[in-house]
Design a protein around this ligand. Structure first.
Ligand SMILES: NC(=O)C[C@H](N)C(=O)O
Length: 610
């Protein structure tokens, strides 16, 4: 047994069973290549695999082909060898070809064993999804296909340096050789797959952490009528616009009646009414009166239809000069949520420890590498908890996430470290094993002021009351402490309305977790930095009076928040929580420098594809 309690590889007993993919007739490539022996112990086994060809080449004058197959279960490819007597080889070699095959695992010839521990000799092709070689590589279409749709298609999501290195080069496809394009595109695809797996792992880890600690997962609404942050950066949800457009089209196709037509219909109603009155006063027979009343009813119905259509005005409905939201889908103004916090607080006030994890939306016009219009947020809320508990929970959660990636995504992290960010693994190890430094905002400002007095230059002025800028956070985590730092008790003026005001009446019980600089070198040696603050916001809940005052001070209407204030009126509890920007956590973990690259189909100003 090694010192760390882990058995050396040669002492491991390796099972010869492989993991069958559930609900799919194949074995996961991960379970073959991810073994300590690289799959060698499975030689002789017959099995099925499915995946996409990453690289294919015919050899032996077309008598056989080598295909590198990837099924998305791990970064590594399984080498297939297929002979021409099994099937015509040409259809399999284009990159992107999908294959479902059966074969026997075998050791490669001795002189080739360095690269591959095992390969699959294909005996049967079960299915093939071919690729037209002319539309495969080299072709810009490739960037628009499948997973590449994240943000790579126009190179926008890539950091400036990578863009220079990869997209710009790749976009000049005509000038490049196939193999160069092939290689660069493959790297991008590998990166995207690795991020997808890391993202998945972090989501799983999030649920594992909170479930393990007795939190209840609550689904908070996506559509809401209150602005949690009070910043007015919400996307409106309305059907008034499409209804107005529909009506406009309808009115063109089927013009509304004229005033004369309405007047004429009114005349008919009057006339029919008079007939009924006359028949009644003449004591006419019942059946005659009934027939006349029926005609009058028909005339009235016709008039009301005409009047309704006559009153239909193109455009958005207005009342007292303002948009009439009473006519909107929800009969009031509604928005996409910026945070599930307020709603999850209601559950914390009855079920104690809860969390929500879902998409959130911000209509900020930020074209930065750290902002998305649609992003995911993890928001726990803990009853009977103060800011100390909140900090403990945040630290434990972040450290758990880092350890989880080391334990479950090591191969993908190795890929990140090798190709993208040399320090990615070290950083995870450091955060997973380090106690976070804690310091109050006031102490933090003192440290920054001391730095200034010793000649350190910040672009943004340091003084009590400022919102710490990225450069200040960097100084604290990188230069001063070289460790994650939690800053707490911020000036009340710079935080949202729901934060609890401290007894000093100057600060609120809010905290931010800052993580150290990610000083990493990319392919062409540009140094990039990440947003230091992992969290959107972290706080302990306010009292009723403060909430009232702050909501009004911020110029917000009280009505949409009354339900929230009720939480303070009835059986209120000291509670505390935070929000972790999920994509920022991925940036931090992987060292990727642009948030658009860590979410599929990123949404940001001017961009919402598919
Ligand atoms: N749950 C939280 O504390 C997150 C906070 N509402 C934010 O969006 O920043």
């Amino acid at each position: 047994m090694a010192d760390d309690g882990v058995l050396p590889v040669d002492k491991l007993t390796i099972s010869d069973t492989v993991e069958e993919a559930e609900f799919s007739q194949r074995v996961l490539i991960r379970s073959i290549l991810g073994r300590p022996d690289g799959g060698a112990g499975l030689a002789g086994k017959t099995l099925k695999v499915g995946g996409w060809v990453k690289k294919g080449r015919e050899q032996g004058k077309g008598s056989f082909a080598f295909l590198e197959l990837n099924d998305g279960s791990c970064p590594a490819n399984l080498q297939l060898i297929i002979y021409s007597d099994v099937a015509p080889l040409g259809q399999f070699t284009p990159t992107g070809t999908c294959l479902h095959v059966e074969g026997v695992l075998q050791m490669p010839p001795e002189d080739k064993q360095g690269k591959q521990s095992i390969e699959l000799r294909v005996s049967k092709v079960l299915d093939v999804g071919t690729v037209d070689p002319a539309n495969c590589f080299p072709h810009s279409k490739c960037f628009k296909c499948r997973i590449c749709l994240v943000s790579f298609n126009e190179g926008e999501g890539l950091s400036r340096n990578r863009k220079k290195k990869s997209y710009n080069e790749l976009s000049k496809l005509a000038e490049k050789t196939n193999s160069e394009i092939h290689e660069a595109t493959n790297q991008m695809k590998k990166l995207i797959s690795a991020i997808a797996r890391i993202r998945n792992a972090l989501a799983f880890a999030t649920h594992t952490f909170f479930q393990k600690h007795g939190f209840l997962y609550v689904h908070t609404p996506i559509i809401t009528t209150s602005d949690c942050e009070g910043a007015g950066e919400m996307f409106q949800v309305t059907t008034l616009i499409n209804e107005a457009e529909k009506l406009e089209k309808e009115l063109i196709k089927n013009p509304p009646p004229s005033q004369e037509e309405v007047d004429m219909a009114k005349g008919v109603v009057k006339e029919k009414g008079e007939i009924v009155a006359k028949l009644k006063s003449d004591k006419a027979g019942k059946s005659v009166i009934t027939a006349a009343v029926a005609e009058l009813t028909k005339a009235k119905e016709n008039l009301s239809k005409l009047e309704e259509r006559f009153n239909q005005k193109p455009g958005i409905p207005k009342k007292d000069g303002k948009v009439d939201y009473g006519q909107d889908f929800f009969a009031r103004q509604a928005f996409l949520t910026v945070s599930g916090q307020l709603q999850v607080e209601t559950f914390a006030c009855a079920l104690s420890s809860v969390y929500t994890f879902g998409p959130t939306f911000r209509a900020e016009h930020s074209h930065t590498s750290r902002h998305l219009a649609e992003f995911w947020m993890v928001e726990p809320e803990i009853a009977f908890a103060d800011i100390e508990d909140d900090m403990k929970c945040a630290e434990a959660y972040v450290r758990f996430l880092c350890q989880w990636l080391l334990d479950n995504c090591y191969d993908d992290m190795e890929f990140m470290a090798e190709k993208f960010d040399k320090k990615a693994i070290q950083r995870l190890q450091m955060v997973a094993s380090t106690n976070f430094i804690r310091l109050s905002y006031t102490e933090a400002v003192k440290i920054l002021e001391e730095a200034v007095s010793k000649g350190h230059k910040f672009e943004n002025k340091v003084e009590w009351g400022i919102d710490l800028a990225s450069e200040h956070e960097k100084y604290l985590t990188e230069t001063k402490f070289e460790s994650p730092v939690i800053v707490y008790n911020y000036p009340k003026g710079i935080k949202a309305f729901y934060m609890k005001v401290n007894p000093d009446n100057k600060t609120v019980a809010a905290m931010d977790v800052l993580v150290p600089k990610v000083g990493f070198f990319l392919m062409d040696s540009w140094i990039c930095f990440l947003e230091q603050n992992l969290f959107m916001s972290n706080r302990i809940a306010i009292t009723l009076e403060h909430a009232n005052i702050k909501i009004l001070e911020m110029g917000l209407p009280l009505e949409p928040y009354e339900w929230y204030l009720d939480l303070r009126r009835y059986g209120t509890v000291k509670h505390s929580g935070f929000g972790l920007g999920f994509e920022r956590m991925i940036l931090f973990a992987t060292g990727i420098d642009n948030i658009r690259d860590v979410i599929p189909f990123p949404r940001y100003p001017g961009r919402a594809d598919l």
